[in-house]
Design a protein around this ligand. Structure first.
Ligand SMILES: Nc1ncnc2c1ncn2[C@@H]1O[C@H](COP(=O)(O)OP(=O)(O)OP(=O)(O)O)[C@@H](O)[C@H]1O
Length: 471
């Protein structure tokens, strides 16, 4: 089957555009996932003990209200053009697009899965969202409307594909040391240890908590347990935003389902959870709230997981059977394989070249359909939520500005022994000039929340100009 020509979709709107309600977020707490099968000695933990631990965890949760990424593009220098011309000048290396115009929104309470064939850019995207991508990244990633800062970093958990764990420590030791090192100093040592114990219990690791992690030469816990320890390390700090790269790779379907259910449970507790995943079963797929499908770095679907079949059907791509796993269907499409292409596969008529051309044309058609049908609605939703961000930031900035004005008033009152604050404007004193010219632009910056925007350089300039007359 040749691809339908950039079909105009009858698909109503971007799934989320009409969905005003967010996923019901449970009580804002570190919820103990109900699905987690209790381990042998889990029964030792009394309910009061559990609730006390949960309350410790609840205190550290500061939800990231919204997360937006707009038109994200990432390119790398291709390694192919290494030949040298005469006189040592290097042949220019063409840039290779790894991500091309990726957009999306994830809200607290939601679990987003990024799907795509191997090499489609999932790891690159999740690394970019974690603020750890080196190189040329264009586009905007914002967290509650703000860029990635050290404060966001503290609230973000990132579980990488390759676990980095110390092989000689037991599971309990690993999580306890992580708790002691990463939890805030406001918590006592005992509370930190309790928190590690809660995570061990929540992730069903009680049975192996005294087993060493193991590694190349030392036999230790299983791959699934290892993955859960890595997730546990991030869960310990109770992140508002949890990013995971292939948390289920190499695991059996039951363990994988358990991990995804844990992630969904964490999302329902008020967190924003984003995970990459290779080949989810239909059972796993149903647990996702949203999916983003990538094909060679290009998005071909972004939205509600439950409406993926409806969307592709609306642009002319139907599955071969009605009992297909949606994840298999979209992954085939992302590879440019339709139900009809598979029949060609079996017959092997025109050889590989024809098939490749056809697959490329299917991919191009899907990319164009995304741009035409889904992207405009997504963009609208992004800008609508962005406006909400601005108002949230605005009110936050106003209260910060009020606090700042109060601080200035109390400073001037003590400094000038109760005189009215306008003394700042009259005095030739250096304090007056520095105070006025330094604090006024700062207030402007607060009220406009322009610390990270070009306005900040104007603020700096005003500061310098403000200090000059006093010298
Ligand atoms: N720093 C880099 N240098 C060279 N190539 C890179 C770099 N980063 C990413 N790539 C390339 O970009 C593409 C996307 O890589 P990425 O790891 O994001 O894919 P993926 O979808 O996570 O794949 P997998 O599912 O196999 O892990 C790959 O072809 C990879 O080779």
């Amino acid at each position: 089957m040749m691809p339908p020509n950039e079909q105009e979709s009858s698909f109503p709107v971007t799934p989320d555009a009409n969905r005003n309600e967010t996923i019901p977020v449970q009580e804002n707490r570190f919820s103990s996932p109900s699905h987690v099968i209790p381990c042998l000695d889990d029964s030792d933990d009394g309910p009061s003990h559990q609730s006390r631990q949960s309350s410790v965890l609840r205190q550290s949760l500061r939800p990231i209200i919204l997360k937006v990424f707009e038109e994200l593009t990432y390119s790398i220098k291709s390694q192919t053009g290494k030949g040298r011309y005469w006189f040592g000048s290097e042949e220019p290396k063409p840039n290779r697009l790894v991500l091309n115009g990726v957009s999306g929104i994830v809200k607290p309470g939601e679990l987003l899965a990024m799907l795509g064939p191997s090499g489609s850019g999932k790891t690159t995207l999740v690394t970019a969202l974690a603020g750890r991508l080196q190189g040329k990244l264009t586009g905007t990633v914002s967290y509650n409307g703000d860029p990635f800062t050290s404060s966001v970093k503290r609230k973000t958990g990132f579980v990488t594909q390759d676990d980095v764990l110390y092989p000689h420590l037991t599971v309990m030791e690993t999580l306890t040391y992580t708790a002691l090192l990463r939890l805030p100093k406001e918590l006592t040592r005992e509370e930190k240890i309790e928190q590690a114990e809660t995570v061990v219990s929540d992730l069903g690791l009680t049975r192996c908590c005294k087993t060493v992690i193991g590694g190349g030469l030392i036999r230790g816990i299983s791959g699934g347990e290892r993955k859960r320890v890595s997730i546990g390390q991030e869960m310990l700090v109770n992140p508002s935003l949890l990013l995971l790269d292939e948390p289920t790779s190499g695991l059996d379907s039951t363990t994988a389902a358990r991990i995804i259910a844990t992630l969904r449970s964490l999302a329902r507790g008020g967190r924003t959870v984003v995970t990459t995943i290779h080949q989810p079963s239909s059972r796993l797929y149903r647990m996702f709230d949203k999916v983003l499908v990538l094909s060679e770095g290009n998005p071909i679907y972004s939205g509600d997981s439950g409406r993926v079949m409806e969307y592709f059907g609306s642009i002319g791509f139907q599955p071969g059977s009605s009992f297909v796993n949606p994840a298999d269907f979209v992954l085939d499409l992302a590879n440019g394989i339709t139900s009809d292409t598979k029949q060609y596969d079996q017959v092997e008529i025109n050889g590989k070249l024809d098939r490749l051309e056809e697959q490329n044309s299917v991919k191009q058609s899907l990319i164009s359909s995304y741009k035409k049908n889904l992207y405009p609605h997504l963009k609208e939703e992004v800008s609508r939520t962005f406006a909400q961000d601005q108002s949230v930031n605005g009110s936050r900035a106003k209260s910060m500005a009020n606090e700042l004005v109060d601080a200035i008033l109390s400073f001037t009152k003590t400094r000038f022994k109760g005189e009215k604050p306008r003394i700042i404007f009259r005095t030739k004193n250096i304090y007056g000039h520095v105070g006025f010219f330094t604090l006024w632009p700062l207030m402007v910056a607060f009220s406009r929340c322009s610390f990270t925007r070009p306005g900040w350089s104007i603020v700096l300039l005003l500061n310098i100009l403000g200090i000059l007359p006093s010298l």
